[in-house]
Write a protein that binds this ligand. Structure first.
Ligand code: GLA
Length: 757
């Protein structure tokens, strides 16, 4: 067994610790150390609980935590830095030190992380033509100011300077975005110049390491398990150190999609393999937490897919510090690798949870209470134009003639509620590519209001370049442009919500604030059940709890115990889209896995055929074909491959493709169930009466199929397996062996998502 120092290595002392890479291993003061790390994010955990979560990390058996630094959490307006309160990352790191944990710092500046704009500040979007994540001079200057400032804040906390920071990461999975080594080199130099005198690293999926690594930083792999780790790393640093910088025992949620849940048994075995083989690992996430201040991001490659408020992640430590079975399973694994006589700390007792009484909301305040700065313009302005980062924006214009027809908003970023003379006439949801609504104006002048929510800026892929919010271009009525607008930014998350004028009358059917108070004898964590409330946001005692949306899967929002008070508490709910519900209660357990009715959803799933996937050779799989019989072909891979996305390119031009089912077989020979699968991309599909296209290839039903007419282009399908899997082969079932050929095929697999162009 590999000799390791797990919790044994103490980093509590103030003296300098020399962390380095030596003979294929990490060393601290000349002793080998295996980093058993877990990711957690300071803005996603109430500050009052930072230390609590670290104690639990330690008790599970971690010796290191890794943390992104979120640029847009510290520099909300250009040049104005904030490192206080929830943004006091220095305190977070010092607490880790106090708890005997090393820290891997991941300052980005791009971090991904299901975080608005991948951590970039929204004011970058104001700069015409600026290209982010590139060697663009103006962009690099902004990066440098931030990294330099971060150095002033944190560089004295490196191990070399007596603190806990043992490594600093350059960029984040840059290889899945570009391969500009000049850009990476400049970021690397900025980090060094900012005073971070410890080893640097990059991290990428196995197929993207070539593009993502930079000289002078250790190339580490994300998402790989088993021997794939060695194969990936040996190409860059033969013999190691081997570090899986992101190991995913779970995954994040998406609004309107089934809750992501992953059983602990397989990840526990994978973790055991890492321990056994001397592979350092960072669990992404160890503890996810909550997007309290509307900071969630979105994916966009396969249609706009924003993440919810909860970042529970089904991580070992759940959203409110609750230990899932995965926590104990991992602890059991990690415990086996301790030094003799070494013991893990006891797992701290759970924090108390309380129910909140049924509360009635009898006081309301109209939206106009939040109106502050009002800006006039010809065309509607985007949020960035009015220096707004998160939240909502209100647009108002006057219609002076009676008219009936189509009101088109170009583009809705991301959810719009439309009011005519104070009455809601509909809503538009970018997730469903909705951009217009029927309108009828009978009495003039008529007041048209459009309130648009930023549901989360894209944090992954090329769409990050196209990330403005609100109305990004124009509004037309029957193709005639509407000009003359009043724009009112409503960031709300930081609004003086308790100072609004609440009155004992109900503002119904339109965006408004509703307030209630309740008394408590004791405090504790609670979960506000807003499943009846539609769409909006909530505050407890003036602090933002984040947003809710009854489409689920999250139906409760987390109320941290330390934010409650003994005695009187004030709860405010903003109804962006009102259902008329005026009662709420606090549960003792969250509801994170219940989908609700998605009223804007169109009947049939429409795939977007306009894009092309980027299928890298690095992700290509070699196989041998076993034609078991005429009805099915099995493609057995030369090696087991780790993947979340499976892409097939079927290259036949003489016959049509007609596939009833695609089966995937994992490393231990069992067939994967398809409950959480999704066809995320297809470049062609017939829409016949008796079937509905590509989705039929994974519906478990041999009576339906995916059909494509003969053509010279390859038929391409990408399947999201819902979680990372280790795959040995795939089996393709054909509808009619006489008429279909699938033997000429390219297969690709990737732990992350394939990008689309
Ligand atoms: C990637 C990124 C992380 C996060 C995960 C998914 O690996 O590096 O920031 O987005 O995917 O949770």
């Amino acid at each position: 067994m590999w000799a390791i120092l797990l919790v044994f290595v103490s980093c509590q002392s103030k003296k300098a610790n020399h962390f380095e890479i030596q003979s294929g291993q990490f060393h601290i003061n000349n002793k080998p150390v295996q980093l058993i790390c877990g990711e957690m994010h300071y803005p996603r955990i109430p500050k009052e609980y930072w230390q609590d979560r670290m104690k639990r990390a330690k008790a599970m058996g971690l010796n290191t935590i890794s943390a992104y630094v979120f640029w847009n959490f510290h520099e909300r307006q250009s040049g104005e830095f904030d490192f206080d309160g929830q943004a006091d990352i220095r305190h977070f790191i010092k607490l880790a030190h106090q708890e005997g944990l090393y820290v891997i710092l991941r300052p980005g500046p791009y971090v991904c992380a299901e975080w608005d704009f991948g951590g970039y500040p929204s004011w970058l979007l104001k700069e015409e033509g600026m290209v982010y994540r590139s060697n663009d001079e103006r962009f690099l200057q902004a990066c440098e100011r931030y990294i330099t400032r971060l150095g002033e804040e944190l560089s004295d906390l490196t191990a070399e300077n007596g603190g806990p920071i043992v490594m600093v990461q350059v960029e984040n999975e840059y290889g899945s975005y570009g391969n500009d080594k000049v850009y990476l080199g400049k970021l690397r130099d900025m980090i060094i110049n900012a005073g971070f005198n410890v080893p640097l690293m990059t991290c990428d999926g196995a197929g993207q390491m070539e593009a993502g690594y930079v000289d002078g930083a250790l190339a580490t792999v994300n998402g790989a398990v088993g021997d794939d780790v060695f194969k990936a790393v040996d190409r860059f640093t033969p013999g190691g150190p081997y570090f899986v910088a992101e190991f995913y025992p779970a995954w994040f949620d998406v609004w309107g999609h089934k809750h992501s849940y992953r059983d602990y048994k397989k990840p526990a075995k994978q973790l055991q393999w890492m321990l056994e083989n001397g592979v350092s690992v960072s669990i992404y996430m160890f503890h996810g937490g909550t997007n309290f201040n509307y900071t969630n991001g979105a994916n966009a490659a396969y249609g706009y897919a924003p993440q919810p408020t909860s970042y529970d992640y089904d991580a070992p430590l759940g959203e409110y510090g609750n230990a899932y079975p995965k926590f104990f399973a991992f602890r059991e694994v990690l415990q086996k690798y301790l030094y003799k006589d070494e013991l893990l700390p006891e797992v701290p007792a759970p924090n108390s949870v309380i129910a909140l009484p049924i509360m009635e909301f009898t006081n309301s305040a109209p939206l106009s209470n939040a109106f502050n700065e009002r800006v006039e313009s010809e065309r509607p302005l985007s949020m960035e134009d009015v220096n707004q980062d998160f939240g909502y924006i209100h647009y108002e214009t006057t219609l002076n003639r009676a008219v009936k027809g189509k009101l088109t908003i170009k583009d809705v970023r991301d959810y719009a509620v439309v009011l005519l003379n104070g009455q809601q006439i509909g809503s538009l949801d970018r997730r469903h590519r909705q951009s217009n609504i029927q309108i009828e104006v009978t009495e003039v002048p008529a007041k048209l209001e459009i309130i648009v929510e930023n549901v989360g800026r894209v944090n992954y892929g090329s769409e990050i370049l196209n990330n403005r919010k609100g109305i990004t271009e124009k509004v037309t009525l029957n193709d005639e442009e509407l000009l003359g607008w009043i724009n009112t930014p409503l960031p709300l998350y930081n609004a003086p919500i308790n100072d609004y004028q609440y009155e004992a009358s109900d503002v119904k059917g339109k965006p408004a604030f509703h307030k209630t108070t309740f008394n408590l004898n004791e405090t504790g964590d609670s979960f506000l059940d807003l499943s009846q409330w539609g769409k909006g946001a909530a505050w407890i005692n003036g602090r933002s709890l984040g947003k809710f949306w009854n489409i689920g899967p999250q139906q409760t929002i987390y109320v941290p115990g330390p934010w409650l008070k003994k005695g009187k508490n004030e709860l405010v709910i903003f109804t962006f889209e009102d259902t008329g519900a005026r009662k709420a209660k606090g549960l003792k357990k969250p509801i994170l896995d219940q989908l609700g009715i998605d009223k804007n959803k169109p009947e049939r799933r429409v795939h977007d055929y306009s894009k092309t996937p980027v299928l890298d050779d690095g992700d290509k799989i070699n196989y041998s074909l076993v034609a078991q019989n005429n009805w099915q072909d099995e493609f057995i891979f030369d090696n087991v491959h780790t993947m979340r996305h499976l892409a097939l390119e079927i290259l036949v031009n003489d016959k049509k493709t007609a596939i009833t089912e695609i089966d995937v077989i994992n490393a231990d020979g069992s067939l994967l169930t398809k409950d959480t699968w999704e066809v995320v991309y297809v470049n062609s599909e017939e829409e016949l009466e008796y079937q509905v296209g590509a989705d039929c290839a994974i519906d478990g039903n041999f009576g339906s199929h995916w059909e494509v007419q003969p053509s010279s282009k390859a038929d391409c399908i990408i399947i999201d397996l819902g979680e990372i899997q280790s795959i040995k082969s795939i089996r393709i079932h054909k509808r009619n062996p006489e008429k279909t050929r699938v033997d000429n095929i390219n297969i690709y697999g990737r732990p992350q998502f394939f990008l689309l162009k």
